[in-house]
Design a protein around this ligand. Structure first.
Ligand SMILES: O=C(O)c1cccc(C(=O)CC[C@H]2O[C@@H](n3cnc4c(=O)[nH]cnc43)[C@H](O)[C@@H]2O)c1
Length: 247
């Protein structure tokens, strides 16, 4: 079973459209059915396509909301005896120029919490250097590479931040600290923490709606990014099917 976790319903519906589009999923999946989850949550459940059962959950904005939603979905599926075997964090995101322009798609080869740490006189120190936890989850390399290739996407680090970058200085600081970063968003690390706790592999897919940099809300291309996200899911179906059928 596949679990796709987004922040908002528009992202969930774009992914579902891709998974049910001709050439992507099987047309029999239709619009899906509501699948109740613990804690007043509901997933959209698709069945009958090449990927078998796919649950799509819009779990809220930010790492805490999606960590809670993902953990609830994973625990419920395990308790029902039908555990998920892959979780995908998906949605729109900011792209680092010039590698990830607006309208492009990025598949994460690493999912990194960029602001989980402490400010010190010497600068930012990640929690790992303070002796706690982790700041990085690694998707299965072969699967993430194949997914990126199928989607025509960039393959690089996706940062998780709790505050959308809004200035050139912050964008430069993040790029300096994470030279392989292609995109930032607000959920991937939360989804990945929950997946890791259940020993389930994770992917992150981001369609770029805006550049990482000075805030210019009017320039965000959310509709284009949602369309690109759906196209990416459609293109990734054969790769996800191969992973499902052959581990
Ligand atoms: O400020 C606004 O008017 C506004 C309107 C719509 C959405 C927002 C968001 O902040 C959306 C955050 C949401 O989208 C992802 N996202 C998209 N671009 C970025 C980014 O450059 N940096 C971080 N996150 C981004 C994020 O994953 C959230 O789910 C604001």
């Amino acid at each position: 079973m596949l679990l796709v976790v987004t922040a908002v319903a528009a992202e969930r519906d774009s992914a579902a459209r891709g998974l049910t589009a001709p050439g992507g999923g099987d047309g029999d999946t239709g619009a899906g059915v509501q699948h109740p989850l613990p804690g007043d949550r509901t997933a959209l459940r698709l069945t009958g396509g090449p990927l078998g059962t796919v649950d799509l959950l819009a779990a809220g904005v930010g790492p805490a909301a999606v960590a809670a939603g993902t953990a609830a979905a994973l625990a419920a599926a395990e308790a029902a005896g039908t555990p998920y075997d892959l979780v995908i964090s998906a949605g729109i995101g900011g792209g680092f120029a010039p590698a990830a322009p607006v309208g492009s798609v990025v598949v994460a080869d690493a999912i990194v919490a960029a602001d989980l740490g402490a400010e010190t006189p010497e600068g930012f120190v990640p929690v790992t250097e303070l002796g706690f936890g982790t700041t990085r989850h690694l998707p299965p390399p072969g699967l993430s590479r194949a997914a990126a290739r199928a989607a025509g996407a960039g393959h690089g680090t996706v940062l998780t931040v709790s505050t959308v970058t809004g200035g050139a200085d912050r964008a430069r600081e993040l790029a300096d600290r994470h030279p392989t970063a292609l995109a930032e968003a607000m959920e991937g690390f939360g989804v990945a923490e929950a997946a890791a706790a259940h020993r389930v592999p994770v992917l992150e897919v981001r369609a770029v709606s805006n550049p990482v940099g000075p805030r210019d809300r009017a320039a965000w291309r959310i509709g284009d990014a949602l369309a690109a996200l759906g196209d990416a899911f459609r293109a990734m179906v054969p790769v996800l099917q191969e992973a499902k059928d052959h581990g």
